[in-house]
Design a protein around this ligand. Structure first.
Ligand SMILES: [Zn+2]
Length: 237
């Protein structure tokens, strides 16, 4: 991991970033920015699919989106709490990729791993700039931190128009057949929220988000810190 990224998206499981913001990822990658994804776990406790299949699906989705980087930290599934070891692993990964912007899962979600990942990334982003924390790895300037929606969402603070890139988002989600493929009676597949019309619900959410600005599809983001804007230019003299 030596490439410098413009944007780093971190998720608990492969498919989290795609659910929340693959339209934005595809849009920024197409514009020439270096976008990467880190999956924190191999989703080894996932009800459907297996680790090998999940890796193949993630690789296929990465190609669709034009990612510059994708890696998996192999942290333990269902144990993503902000322990010193987990924070160190994520901080090291962030420092090595030195992104300008980091995206984490939104801090409220029905899946506890997404909530845990949100906190873990927040802690690691904070530590990434501390020069006396893990001094053997160079500290980096603090990246901006935004939060993307996976299952739960609310009125966003930021919207990105992803209409032109929505076909790529659908294509990226289709790569995760083990997760979103419609459950068929008699198959050895556990019924989960993901395989009961989930992608259709994601599309409905993104359409509703777009409605706020009268655009077909948007992805929404939340922030914790106020962000700086300029009103009608920056000159004060
Ligand atoms: Zn997930």
């Amino acid at each position: 991991m030596s490439i410098k990224l413009d944007i780093l998206v971190i998720g608990a499981h492969a498919d989290d970033a795609e659910i929340g913001m693959s339209g934005t990822i595809a849009k920024q990658a197409a514009a020439g920015y270096k976008v990467g994804i880190i999956d924190l776990t191999e989703a080894e406790l996932s009800s459907n699919g297996n680790v090998q299949l999940r890796q193949e699906e993630a690789a296929a989705a990465s190609r669709v989106l034009g990612l510059s980087h994708r890696s998996n930290l192999g942290l333990p599934d269902r144990s993503l709490h902000a322990s010193p070891e987990n924070i160190a692993a994520v901080t090291e990964a962030i420092r090595s990729l030195s992104p300008d912007i980091v995206f984490a899962p939104y801090w409220e979600d029905r899946h506890p791993d997404h909530v845990a990942a949100s906190k873990l990334v927040e802690e690691a982003v904070f530590n990434a700039k501390l020069r006396r924390y893990m001094p053997n790895i160079s500290a980096i300037p603090a990246p901006d931190l935004y939060y993307y929606f996976i299952n739960d969402w609310r009125t966003p603070d930021l919207l990105v128009d992803v209409t032109a890139f929505y076909p790529l988002k659908e294509q990226a989600l289709e790569c995760y057949r083990s997760q979103f493929g419609q459950a068929v009676a008699g198959e050895d597949v556990a019924l989960t929220p993901l395989n009961q019309g989930y992608v259709e619900r994601v599309k409905a959410r993104d359409a509703l988000l777009g409605q706020r600005k009268l655009i077909p599809y948007a992805e929404g983001f939340a922030v914790k810190s106020p962000y700086l804007i300029e009103l009608f230019g920056s000159s004060s003299t």
